[in-house]
Ligand binder design. Sequence first.
Ligand SMILES: *Cc1c(COP(=O)(O)O)cnc(C)c1O
Length: 436
Amino acid sequence: MRFRSTKSKSYSVSFKDAVLRCLPAEGGLYVPDQVMDIRQFFLYMDKDITFPELVSVVAPALLQGELNPFSASRVAESAFDFEPELIRLDKDFSILNLYNGPTGVFKDFGIAFLAAVMEELLKNSGQTMVLSAARGDTGVSMTHAFGGRKGTCAVLVYPSGPIFGLDPAAFVPNGGNILPIQVRGTADDCQRLIYETINDRKFAERYHVTSANAINPGRLLPQTFYYLYAFVKIKKSLPGDLVFSVPSGNFGNLIAGLYAWKFGMPVNGFIAAMNANNAFGDFIRGKAFTPRPLVSTCSPAMDVSVPANYERFASFYEEAPAVMRNMVYPASINDEQTLDAIERVWKKYHILIDPHTAVAFAAAEKTAAEHKWGGNVHTIILATGHPAKEAGTLQRATGQDIAIPEKLLALQKKVDPIAIIPPQLVSFEGAVASCF
Ligand SMILES: *Cc1c(COP(=O)(O)O)cnc(C)c1O
């Protein structure tokens, strides 16, 4: 599979180049050029297959010539010491738990695969510097995934304020390959510095700079794998149609689902579950996208006003607007409905779901009622966050005290960055160069 920019169809690059450069020279974002139909590889898979086994089959099928089955198996084994978990609630709903990774969010899947596949692609041939904005727990996920990997140095870029959960033994001055840098500025300043550094072609080529943000196609691809995994687990017991409900903010997860469909996964639709930040729903219905001011909600990872994957989404819609309008169902859920869904799921199924997952659950119920799906459509709700990460909200909704697992407690420990710099490119590049 080759990759091209959303802005140009005239040329394409290999997966390796797309992962190691990650921003096309002509602007836009990398997307798969010709999407391959690989259904022959997973339609008849045994339902007892493990996640790494599935990845070792599916990844080489997609990346023919770049990742052979042996390499893919090595990548999958070293990336995934955690698995997705499908739980059937009843005839209408299942939950796909994606929060078993080191930081308790689904983003661990993309980051873990990216780090392992980079090491494999770089085997004995050079060094890459991976820049990542490290809001929230992304820095911990990066450290877990990249720590100790050959050929890579991961630079974590933080805005002003404390940082948490990192292991100083993994830092560059202590012989590791992780470099946390704090920028005296905002999260937007951090993003801007990453883009500016990648677009400073001379510097970027000298130090082989790429990014591990959601824009990297090496993070997007592994997110398609858990959709296929869920399909393989459930295909034999499907009463009728299959739909996925996806809690969405930057819309990376939903785009990955659409790619899984393009790869040949038989699925009838996707619910784009949004909280009060729902302007993107207009675009999904075929209207112009007009961003609105940000609203704070109880599902903060979905408080996004302009989705980072907007261009990838637009590129899907350009190709087949009518298909997309029939495939993707936008639904917006407010905080009250979210808390209500947490309580209902607890009472009815005795399962705790986090607020992001609850938005997707409520959106699935709402969409099923609107379209009178009852009994004919099975909806898999993606559980994107560990319930213990939002213990306070869950306590309020269910009255339950939530025990926080050890690994998630460690995320709350304060640490010091290696450098604190002003929000300017020269300062940033100077600090980054010290990584080598
Ligand atoms: C990031 C995140 C989301 C939103 O995912 P996108 O791919 O940005 O749409 C949803 N839930 C949780 C818990 C998250 O961390």
